[in-house]
Design a protein around this ligand. Sequence first.
Ligand code: NAP
Length: 261
Amino acid sequence: MTTYCCITGASAGIGKALAQSFAKAGYNLILIARSAEKLYKISQQIQQEYGNKVFIYAADLTDLQQLDAVCTYLRNFEEQILIFINNAGIGRYGEFSLIPWHSHESVIALNITALTRLTHSLIPKMKKFNRGHIINIASTASFIPGPYMATYYASKAYVLSYSQALNAELKEFGITVTAVCPGPVKTNFQTQAGFVHEQSTSITGISSAEQVANICLKVVHSKNIVRIIGKRNALLVFLVKLFPRRLSLMVISRFQRKRNH
Ligand SMILES: NC(=O)c1ccc[n+]([C@@H]2O[C@H](COP(=O)([O-])OP(=O)(O)OC[C@H]3O[C@@H](n4cnc5c(N)ncnc54)[C@H](OP(=O)(O)O)[C@@H]3O)[C@@H](O)[C@H]2O)c1
């Protein structure tokens, strides 16, 4: 039986880099995102370059019917899915009340509902093999409330808390759950979130999608529960935990406000 790594949000950014890194490391892949065309191109390139098996599934994970169909597909997938990476995620920048409700709804549907639902449908399969690794792409945003991106930051706090709790439940079944927490990464995320300016480097450094993907590859050989990417980000999270929340909130609020002015 061959083993598979399933990646959501695999058509661009971190997910696309994850597909490349895991293919290079010899994993067969199941790639999920909305854009069938982009997924197809990536699968063709990977199959030609590395010879791995690649299945693609185009779906909008914020649509409950489509999400349901993806869950059924994964549950019925005949081979072992050893690694599952919940990477698809979106954010929306702006004053909370001025952002249309459907945008908040999409952030919650993708970052929380889809991530939780997909994990729920895959765990029984992993339990059966007494083996598996679930990587949830969280963020340094998981550690602090984020004014002007309130829903996104709160969704990432959920991902962190959920991953830690699930890891405690699942370790006796040979399954590890890791929350990987990058700081800013150079992808389409910022444009999609509605930032006017490129993300500032004044608080933390910017990673590449490839750096994040390579760290995820290392994480699958570890029992890490939380993995913060980059020393500066780790220091920032340490300071956030150390300082009174009121003070951290003041700093993050000023930083976030500047992003669009
Ligand atoms: N970039 C950063 O600064 C940063 C920092 C920390 C954490 N993260 C996290 O890293 C993850 C990946 O972000 P990224 O930077 O790689 O963003 P990205 O370049 O915008 O890529 C997002 C991916 O998610 C897919 N996607 C978006 N909406 C979807 C939907 N409704 N259904 C299915 N797939 C959907 C997109 O593909 P389609 O458009 O084809 O659907 C794309 O493949 C996210 O969870 C994000 O929160 C990013």
